[in-house]
Design a protein around this ligand. Structure first.
Ligand SMILES: [Zn+2]
Length: 329
């Protein structure tokens, strides 16, 4: 049961991150087609993490922070190489925030570059992690995660000689990830749509949600009141376009058009990778959304990483698959 809850947690813990601005630069040298940074960034010994519940920052050993984030964001049974990939992504994310906020700290937590919630990456302390897992997790799961972090200690993701500033990840893709610019505002050369073929057994596959047209109209109005759909009928609702990754890009709903991500938010769908079907029943027709995948779909799929690890891929292969053109260093 706890394990099941934990699988649910990662879905809740998806990073809904406002894309960061890229600030680092530096020449790289070509090695086997990859740009290896001439100056590897050295991670700090400790980092300040804003603890939301206490409204104050805590000083945390940097690598301990990384291990706690991995344990908070990915179940320990996802496989050693998937855990290592998650460790590098989480470490890179933390480093990117530290560098981004060197000059002035973010508004949400002005005393630390990182916080312990989904606003940044979820961070629970070792004590909190042990208490929210089954007995024995501290000896097994936690040890596995600490080992994965230790074996990648200090390693970061680089693209074109610079630190990757947006190492985004999410739960499951439904088969294909997304171009960053199709979901968020910014385009990044390493956040491009790739296939994610090994997601067998992932949660949220072919998940169905049914609404009457009136229920849907009300939910859209509650979320996006400025758009007036008018009266909804089965013949004035349709998917207009899809993204490179197959998610709904734009949708006609009555007199208004919505982005697929807006429909996902308003109707609490797990993913914008969905199809629709109608059923006329009684006086109000119903619409059923069938979605696959969970999360925004940009960057590394955690279930995809689990699948690649099961296929015998290394963490470097996992990372360079989901973050196109990057190198671990
Ligand atoms: Zn934050």
């Amino acid at each position: 049961m706890k394990g099941f809850i934990h699988a649910g947690i990662i879905i809740l813990l998806l990073m809904v991150v406002v894309p960061l601005a890229i600030g680092l630069a530096g020449p790289g040298k070509k090695t086997g087609g990859m740009d290896v940074p001439e100056n590897k960034i050295t991670v700090p010994k400790s980092v300040k993490v804003w603890i939301d519940e206490k409204s104050k920052p805590a000083d945390v050993d940097f690598e301990e922070y990384v291990a706690c984030v991995v344990a908070s964001e990915m179940p320990a049974d996802f496989g050693e190489e998937a855990l290592k990939a998650q460790a590098v992504a989480a470490r890179t994310y933390a480093m990117a925030k530290i560098l981004k906020y060197e000059e002035s700290l973010p508004e949400n937590h002005p005393a630390a570059p990182l916080c312990n919630t989904t606003h940044c990456q979820v961070y629970k302390t070792e004590k909190e992690l042990i208490s929210c897992h089954q007995e024995g997790w501290g000896q097994e799961g936690w040890e596995k995660i600490k080992k994965a972090c230790k074996e990648t200690k200090g390693e970061l993701l680089y693209y074109d000689g610079n630190l990757v500033m947006q190492p985004l990840f999410f739960s499951s893709s439904g088969g294909q990830t997304e171009n960053s610019e199709d979901v968020f505002s910014g385009a990044y050369p390493y956040l491009v749509s790739v296939s994610s073929p090994y997601e067998e057994g992932a949660s949220h596959l072919n998940e169905q949600k049914t609404f009457t047209l009136d229920e849907m109209r009300k939910k859209l109005k509650a979320a996006y009141g400025e758009k007036d759909t008018g009266q909804l009928r089965t013949d004035n609702i349709k998917i207009l376009s899809r993204t490179a990754g197959g998610r709904v890009d734009r949708m006609q709903i009555g007199d208004a058009t919505f982005k697929g991500t807006e429909v996902r938010t308003a109707l609490s769908l797990s993913s914008a990778l969905f199809s629709i079907a109608f059923e006329e029943s009684g006086k109000d027709a119903e619409i059923t959304f069938t979605s696959s995948g969970s999360g925004h779909g940009v960057g590394m799929s955690q279930y995809g990483a689990r699948g690649m690890a099961r296929e015998g891929k290394t963490y470097k292969e996992i990372l360079t698959h989901y973050y196109t053109g990057t190198v671990v260093y």
